[in-house]
Design a protein around this ligand. Structure first.
Ligand SMILES: Cc1cc2nc3c(=O)[nH]c(=O)nc-3n(C[C@H](O)[C@H](O)[C@H](O)COP(=O)(O)OP(=O)(O)OC[C@H]3O[C@@H](n4cnc5c(N)ncnc54)[C@H](O)[C@@H]3O)c2cc1C
Length: 300
């Protein structure tokens, strides 16, 4: 059993009248604005921008995001209801919301206030889109096996690697990219040494390459990314030089305390939730911070 419950009967989702009102509003919207065009979108594999704009006007991209960061507030159940209702009509459209959430989650959990203020509000308003880049041609479920490397050179991080199957990559403005910053200390701790970097599109050395032709989820595209000697300043350099296009993940600085708290809570949460091994490996990898820079010599 992978649930944090003894049996499936212990699990129940309680929906309030507000949730049901929200469901009705989303359903009416998708029936009116999306359903008449769903077949065209399935065939062309493109979501017209005006649909995304109308979703933004409804505040859909801000659901679940705190008002402090320009969101609509609301709980996780509202996000699920919204996805259910969109998926009834056009599953590919729900991916735009899903990838935003994947981008925002590490920032909400571990980002500095500066990063939150910069990246969350434009996404909550539907003006920008986010993507989450973990999978590589070598490795999907095996997150700890990723080969993208980030090396600290002076006051910059230099990242080289390739990502595969990255949803919404062609429309995304911001990406969280997972890279290895130091080699695993041993086989059992191979999920250590992985760090998220925030990368903005159009940064030199960063490119969205081919998008695949999928059998389903039309309207959203999964693409490959290339980071070729992509450089970003460490946070200090970034602040001093006013570099605004990229911010590396730096949990080693003061804001890492939240991350460390999370880290210490994590093993307890794992044992309580009794997650299966692959889920555990994946989540640990995604949450693992590092302050130890990767050095090319240490790989051999
Ligand atoms: C449409 C689409 C969108 C995607 N979007 C994103 C995205 O936005 N960002 C991103 O980072 N990735 C994305 N992915 C990649 C996705 O996360 C990977 O496909 C997924 O992690 C599985 O990896 P894989 O395809 O390499 O399969 P593999 O890891 O090779 O797995 C193949 C099979 O082996 C099984 N398996 C693997 N390991 C074990 C094990 N230890 N024990 C038992 N069985 C095992 C798996 O369940 C699966 O059936 C997307 C994929 C698709 C298809």
């Amino acid at each position: 059993m992978v649930f944090p419950f003894d049996t499936i009967q212990d699990y129940s989702v309680v929906l309030t009248p507000e949730h049901e009102m929200f469901r009705k509003a989303v359903r009416e919207f998708v029936e009116r604005e999306v359903a008449p065009r769903a077949m065209e979108i399935e065939e062309t594999d493109e979501v017209p921008r005006d649909i995304l704009r109308k979703m933004a006007e409804q505040g859909f991209f801000g659901i679940g995001i705190p008002e402090k960061y320009g969101g609509q507030g609301g709980d996780h159940r509202m996000g699920v209801i919204m996805s259910e209702e969109i998926c009834r009509v056009l599953p590919g459209l729900s991916v735009y919301i899903g990838t935003n959430e994947l981008f925002l989650t590490p920032i909400m959990l571990f980002g500095s206030e500066e990063q939150k203020q910069k990246y969350i509000p434009p996404i909550a308003r539907g003006e920008k889109f986010g993507a989450f880049a973990v999978t590589e041609p070598c490795c999907g479920s095996d997150v700890a096996g990723i080969q993208t490397k980030a090396e600290k050179v002076g006051n910059k991080w230099v990242i080289n690697g390739r990502k595969a199957f990255i949803s919404s990559a062609d429309v995304a403005d911001y990406f969280v990219v997972l890279a290895r910053t130091y080699p695993p200390p041993d086989k059992r701790l191979r999920y250590l040494g992985l760090t998220f970097f925030i990368v903005e599109k159009d940064t030199p050395g960063f490119k969205v390459e081919q998008c695949y032709h999928k059998m389903g989820l039309h309207g959203d595209h999964a693409c490959e990314l290339v980071l070729k000697t992509w450089r970003c300043w460490t946070r200090r350099g970034w602040a001093r030089r006013g570099w605004g296009s990229s911010t590396p993940w730096r949990p080693s600085t003061g804001r890492g305390s939240g991350l460390r708290r999370m880290q210490s809570a994590w093993p307890k949460a794992l044992s309580r939730w009794r997650l299966n091994t692959s889920t555990r490996g994946r989540l640990s990898a995604c949450l693992s911070p590092t302050s130890k820079p990767y050095s090319s010599a240490s790989w051999r």
